[in-house]
Design a protein around this ligand. Sequence first.
Ligand code: SF4
Ligand code: SF4
Length: 322
Amino acid sequence: METNKEQEPIGRLYDIQGFSVQDGPGIRTTAFLKGCPLRCPWCHSPESQLYKKQLSWMSMRCLGVDACNSRCIKACTKNAIELGQTRENIQDGSEIQMIHVKRDLCDDCGDCAEKCYAEALYLCGKDYTASELTERLLQDKNFYDTSGGGVTISGGEPLTQIDFVECVLKKLKEHDIHTALDTTGFAKWDVVARTMPYTDLYLYDLKHMDSKKHEAVVKVPNEPILENVQKLAENGKKLQIRIPVIPLFNHDEENIRKTAEFCTKLGDAVTMIQLLPYHNLGVMKYLRISDEPVAEATPPSDAYMEKLKDIMSGYGLHVTIH
Ligand code: SF4
Ligand code: SF4
């Protein structure tokens, strides 16, 4: 656990989003933490997976080396930035010479980002003490109060920073803020249990009911995930179950039926099932932090999503398509 000199936990975030209406009831502010033990190939926030701060580059913001006198190239003492592709300047049709980051030489020191006034280069990942984050989240309290909203702690997997998360949740409850935890559920039970006194709602992901298939694709088995959600239900916690619908992985009717059967056994704890159709909006984000090619799939059709919704609704569950 990282702490500052007053022994307060320090957490690492990659984003804070206000006015969120998709991460629990009402208007919410969502804090996104870095670090996750899963490796979902469809992850729409690839910058969330690693805990370390990562150099990111947004090509559309890059002014080109001529406009900025190659500031980033000059700043990098590891020779990790070279000339890259060109793109057209939409204002006058001229060519803009952009850069390319050699990821094998880059150590994410951030020196180039400090020199990039266009903020095309930036370090993804910012550290907060629990008090600093709480103070930021409390700035939006009026919106929570007037809309029945609150704060959602998300990731990445927030349970990987449990000391920080527990402390922030506790502070929020001291201010009577509604709290939600968006989690994969992949953690030891005693870690999950520490969040229970301060968490009103769990947004809980279920990806596949077959552990071997689960592990083959997201690199961890599903047993701890299923056991933890059962224990949360037994302890009277409220659950919104989130199911990403991923073609060629978990979108088949058999898996959807098994997931529905499992959810019915969780009883009244489950307030809603949210089906999240795969989309490929995250693909561009991978290119900000990596040169690795990303597998893309065809999103499921609206008609197919409706069919899956009907199947799950048939089990008496309240199902929405997110
Ligand atoms: S990344 Fe920034 S500093 Fe580097 S060429 Fe583009 S605008 Fe200039
Ligand atoms: S983060 Fe550091 S090592 Fe990487 S490209 Fe920038 S200056 Fe070079």
